[in-house]
Design a protein around this ligand. Sequence first.
Ligand SMILES: Cc1cc2nc3c(=O)[nH]c(=O)nc-3n(C[C@H](O)[C@H](O)[C@H](O)COP(=O)(O)OP(=O)(O)OC[C@H]3O[C@@H](n4cnc5c(N)ncnc54)[C@H](O)[C@@H]3O)c2cc1C
Length: 427
Amino acid sequence: MIRTTRRALLATPLAAPIAARAQQGAGRLVIIGGGFGGASAARFARDRYPNLDVTLIERSRSFTTCPYGNLVLAGRRDVASITFTYDRLAARGVRMVFQAAAAVDAQRRVVRLADGAEVPYDKLVMSPGIDLRWGAIEGYDEAASARMPHGWVPSLQPITLLARQLAEMPDGQNFVIAIPDNPFRCPPGPYERISMVAEYLKRHKPRSKVIALDAKNGFSKQPLFTDAWAELYPGIVEWRGASQDGRVMRVHPATMEVETEFGERVRGGAVNIIPPQMAARIARDAGLANDSGWCPIRPTTFESTLVPNVFVVGDATIAAPMPKSGFVASSHAKHAVSVAAAQLARREGPAPVFFNTCYSHVGPDYGISIVGVFRAEPARLIEVPNSGGISPRNNALGARAAEHRRLEAIYADGWYEAITREMFALD
Ligand SMILES: Cc1cc2nc3c(=O)[nH]c(=O)nc-3n(C[C@H](O)[C@H](O)[C@H](O)COP(=O)(O)OP(=O)(O)OC[C@H]3O[C@@H](n4cnc5c(N)ncnc54)[C@H](O)[C@@H]3O)c2cc1C
């Protein structure tokens, strides 16, 4: 009798001889992280490359998206509506492994799981997202984040913690938000959050304000956001950049105060700290990150420049000028899978084109967006000139402004619906 343990099952190589497997483009594709990059990679690989054996390693049984989390904060969505399971991906033939990946042995091409089992791969796609740099803001560690939530990585802290603080904040007290310098996850995300919180305050706590303390002097879609704040939330949003002493250096959770570069203490009834970030731990431990804390990749393939047979996609990468967005992570992922499949079939991989659209909700029926198309040269990624752009400002739209914003809010909902249906195979 053959005894098949789960460990043995995971470690069993495919039966076909190597040459035959290559001819069919067969091989073991393992993906770490079931978020925007990883779930997109799994879905795409399963649909496009039937000869690939696809395994997705994810530490949680469900995935709550960051996109639309700011609407949860404002009480306009519930968490259930932005939470997805992997059932349909599994039904489509993706082998799900619900464990944390603990290590990557690139020499033996195996991923070691938290329970010690090993998952062998021919090609590995890593999309583990980000970790927060605890201590980069003095006093801001994991314990402090319970009192001053980040609400920035749902797999580490549910957005409901920050939502509860906002709901419990007495009218007349302020919502303080600290925003990091670049690079960080979702460049327009903090400003969508400011907008959504302002919208909530306008309805529920009219004597309160949002005080935004920013470590930089400019931000994504800035004229559109500031126009909207002036129009929709006059007197509610106070934004300060680095040159106006906006950089938060220290936090005092016991008194709910943050301290700026020049020593001003700002107190909040609710305090949201978005700290500086880096690639998630498994990527750093696997030797995929450089001194910056992020993972360098070959622009044309998204292969790691540091570890062979490993592709890194999504927020963990150094892929400027592309932003760290879900749309971009999905775009990286599809390209990396295409290249991995081509390499396994001993073919040349395709030339990449990457896309991004980042919508932001600024108010009810009020959406704005930024679009970019990117391509790769051997040594760098570039934005294709005149390929994208941002929504026009109100003064350019004139009488059509309200309708334009209303339509963009609808397109934003459509984008979210489409990408999550694709990622989690809901269609
Ligand atoms: C408030 C906010 C709003 C946003 N809005 C938008 C938007 O409108 N549009 C947009 O395009 N983007 C948006 N983003 C950005 C988007 O969420 C990220 O860019 C995207 O999630 C990055 O995808 P990823 O695959 O790199 O990481 P993630 O989506 O974070 O996925 C990483 C996954 O890896 C898993 N993981 C990590 N370590 C391990 C391990 N060791 N073993 C197993 N699993 C592991 C995690 O549990 C997680 O499921 C927003 C972000 C925020 C914070």
